[in-house]
Design a protein around this ligand. Structure first.
Ligand code: SF4
Ligand code: SF4
Length: 383
């Protein structure tokens, strides 16, 4: 309780300080933004409640989460695109209606985002340089995409002067207040870095020398992106991170821990072929290659497509997209890991147990223990 009070006061103080900074967009306010999009204050407060719970904060933080969203227009954000498909931006912006998360992203002061801004060429370059200079030490840097380093970065050049993405990233990171790697490509290299990685693409954390918070996923949920922004506004510090620098509030549990098909796994009821009776009865997809037991993410809670569904609900296994090197370690995507036990960071008694299932309350527990034990060891090695 005492700790909660200390945290609460710390966040309150920080929000008051941020509130004193003039809004970067004139004539705007969250109230106006909500009204423009037909969202009631009541729904906004419900969103604040859900966001607070998602960030693993106590209910006493709900008004502060709402306040953090309200002062988000004091927060300059610079968003860079590297080697990627822009799916992470799409995840955030292409909802079928104006969700509160995309609205908040619209409401923050997005100073530079190549997909969204009108400027191009020299003007765009100038805007980026001007934003970095003007908001030195205050802006949040979000980088989408892996960073090619082959040919001294020449595989990816941007702008009228043909600056490499690598150089642009390093420059933009120097004066950032917080840095987020958005999506698996930026967090871990993604498909560009898959074997044989011809462009020598690297994750953001390997090309700059500042702390990076990884927000992986292909794409990550918009809630995981906005949740990080809200956390930063509230506390201004790094959230609690796992062994791969992912915020624990979003990536603390495995897909398998939160899966609606988990009861079937425990009962040994598996889909044996797509379209079979087990598939129709929503049995577990483990034998169809589901990598949920090895993957840390909150997809089943947040869901995609306006929160209507997610891959496992739709009938395909998780392919492990939020894990490092998943293109190389998790494939083939429609086969269980069993054959490659010793090539994965998880080694894998897990598959063996599950392949022999049938009777497996114990087996399920073994998977949990195996994956967690291995991650714990990775974490220890990294400390
Ligand atoms: S193996 Fe996949 S489908 Fe089966 S319970 Fe785990 S996460 Fe769900
Ligand atoms: S279910 Fe698995 S593959 Fe699909 S988005 Fe979530 S973590 Fe990625």
């Amino acid at each position: 309780m005492q700790r909660e009070q200390v945290l609460l006061e710390k966040a309150q103080k920080r929000l008051e300080e941020i509130h004193k900074i003039p809004a970067l967009k004139k004539g705007n306010s969250i109230t106006k933004a909500l009204r423009r999009n037909g969202i009631s204050r009541r729904d906004f407060m419900k969103w604040a409640g859900a966001m607070t719970a998602m960030l693993s904060l106590p209910a006493s933080f709900v008004p502060l989460t709402a306040k953090a969203a309200e002062v988000a227009d004091r927060l300059p954000v610079i968003w860079l695109h590297m080697a990627e498909c822009t799916g992470c931006s799409e995840s955030l912006l292409r909802s079928d209606g104006p969700g509160i998360d995309s609205l908040i992203f619209d409401y923050i002061s997005l100073e530079y985002h190549e997909t969204l801004m009108a400027a191009s060429g020299f003007q765009a370059e100038h805007n980026l340089e001007a934003a970095i200079e003007k908001y030195k030490g205050r802006y949040v840097l979000m980088v989408e995409g892996g960073i090619p380093t082959g040919l001294e970065g020449q595989y990816l050049t941007i702008g009228a002067h043909g600056k490499t993405g690598w150089q642009g990233t390093v420059e933009a990171s120097e004066h950032a207040a917080a840095i987020f790697a958005i999506g698996t490509c930026s967090s871990f290299g993604g498909i560009q870095a898959a074997n044989p990685n011809p462009t020598a693409t690297k994750p953001l954390s390997q090309v700059i020398n500042k702390p990076v918070i990884n927000v992986p996923g292909c794409p990550p949920s918009e809630k995981n992106i906005v949740g990080n922004v809200i956390h930063f506004i509230l506390f201004g510090t790094l959230p609690s991170l796992d062994a791969f620098n992912r915020p624990k509030w979003a990536y603390g549990l495995r897909i398998h821990d939160l899966c609606e098909r988990r009861g079937h796994f425990d009962a040994g009821e598996f889909v044996q072929a797509f379209g079979d009776d087990g598939a129709k009865d929503s049995y577990c997809l483990y034998k169809m290659g589901c990598k949920g037991p090895y993957t840390f993410n909150n997809c089943s809670k947040l869901r995609f497509n306006s929160h209507t569904s997610w891959p496992i609900q739709a009938g395909h296994g998780c392919i492990g997209c939020s894990e490092p090197n998943f293109w190389d370690t998790m494939g083939p995507f429609e086969e269980p890991m069993a054959n490659k036990l010793y090539n994965t960071p998880f080694f894998g008694g897990a598959d063996r147990t599950a392949d022999n299932i049938g009777i497996t309350l114990l087996g399920a527990a073994a998977i949990g223990i195996a994956a967690h034990a291995i991650l714990t060891n990775i974490k220890k090695d990294n400390q």
